[in-house]
Design a binder for this molecule. Structure first.
Ligand SMILES: [Zn+2]
Length: 146
């Protein structure tokens, strides 16, 4: 959709002109505490995803999440936005926030990459339960382990 540099630059301009730069480093977009929408060239876009694409000048891969490392849904600071792969949202967001790749996670909890991948992709309870148990012993401070 925004495959040209000119469009990315325009979109950046549209976003940045409405941003409130906060002391915490977050770029607050909109008045709501939730995801904001920016209307750009006739389309409503989720502002944080649009900001990621505009500032990095690349598309978010299909089905991927754009997550906030700062946990502020209204934030559009591109350095606070992390692309995470599709899968169980709680799990992938935890990975992203802890700067963990699936490979690192697999190594740390002692399973193969394929197993870790299956867990993350699964929507079933059992693999998530298994993963929680592993996380609990490998990462005792993890909120997911509770
Ligand atoms: Zn932020």
């Amino acid at each position: 959709m925004y495959n040209s540099r000119v469009k990315y630059a325009k979109l950046r301009g549209a976003i940045n002109s409405r941003v409130e730069f906060t002391r915490s480093g977050c770029w607050k977009f909109g008045n709501n505490s939730s995801y904001a929408i920016i209307y750009f060239e006739g389309k409503g876009l989720r502002a944080h995803r649009a900001s990621y694409e505009a500032h990095h000048e690349k598309r978010v891969p299909k089905n991927c999440y754009v997550l906030h490392s700062c946990s502020k849904k209204y934030c559009v600071n591109p350095t606070h936005l992390v692309v995470a792969p599709p899968g169980n949202k709680r799990v992938v967001s935890w990975f992203a926030k802890n700067n963990l790749s699936l490979q690192k996670f697999a190594t740390r909890v002692g399973v193969s990459y394929d197993t870790a991948y299956r867990w993350v992709k699964s929507k079933n309870r059992r693999p998530i339960q298994l993963m929680r148990e592993r996380i609990k012993s490998a990462f005792p401070d993890c909120p997911l382990a509770r």
